[in-house]
Design a protein around this ligand. Sequence first.
Ligand SMILES: [Zn+2]
Length: 67
Amino acid sequence: MTDNIERLPSHTPPGEKRGNTTWVSCRSCRHWFHTTASLIEMGSVDLHCPSCHDEFKPKDAARIVLA
Ligand SMILES: [Zn+2]
């Protein structure tokens, strides 16, 4: 795991699986977009920003929030 990842305190409704909501802030334009925790954990996958179409590894993201 890299140090740009932040874990929010759990406020997941009962019955819903934790760790399904992950937000990434684009390293280029700081646009926030949704991805899955499993993609982040793989680490080698390129994330694709829907706003500026930059592609980058999770460790290069401006910020990652796992909720
Ligand atoms: Zn972007």
